[in-house]
Design a protein around this ligand. Sequence first.
Ligand SMILES: C[S@@+](CC[C@H](N)C(=O)[O-])C[C@H]1O[C@@H](n2cnc3c(N)ncnc32)[C@H](O)[C@@H]1O
Length: 224
Amino acid sequence: MTSNRSRYYMGRRIATVISHEEAGWLCRRERSVEEQPNLLLDYLELVPGMVVADIGAGLGYLSVRIASRITPSGIVYATDVQPQMVHTIVYNAKRLGLPNIKPVLSTPNNLNLPVNLFDLILMVDVYHECSNPPAILHGIRKALKPNGKLVLVEYRAEDPLVPIAIDHKMTVGQVRLELESNGFRFIRTLEFLPWQHVIVFKKRTNLSMRKLLRCVTDLIPSSY
Ligand SMILES: C[S@@+](CC[C@H](N)C(=O)[O-])C[C@H]1O[C@@H](n2cnc3c(N)ncnc32)[C@H](O)[C@@H]1O
């Protein structure tokens, strides 16, 4: 882990970032059984043509799988704050012949993603490491299309049997607290993965369509 002083957000200690030197763990052979990433990818209903962001992509373990499901017309932006991770993604995309992976070097305060483009933004075991959660969430709100989805995958802090360090786990309650305080609407939590929550959000708009229609009908006089 990269060392940094303890920082907190809304009562939660922010985890240290898994460094590129420890990144072998992200593509360990057992991962496909322990975490069942294919179940997650099936749930995401990826189809050709989609524009997806894999934020905190690490070595690109999920990005390459997403890219092959949305090819040829879809594109996955694979971002990370560590240049070494991004270099590995570039290498893997070339090696596997996946030109629809767009590697992006971001910063803890700036996603470096285009605005209003994404159907889906995925963060797998990343959000708890973000050193500036409000900045990242603001960037995600800007990058998502109005009806786009944000999917967070986080190790279950409620379950002591999940063999992951406590700072790298989150409860659903904490995730909701942080996201709902930053302009997101909770959609659902799914518990089909062995170790992780899958938590889905959309952008909160100031006025929902239903409220907007009610405002318009309220303006029409009843005698009309
Ligand atoms: C535990 S790894 C998960 C990697 C990948 N999502 C996976 O499942 O294989 C977390 C990754 O998030 C990256 N990260 C941490 N903070 C970030 C931030 N603010 N923005 C983008 N990436 C970040 C780290 O550099 C690291 O590669």
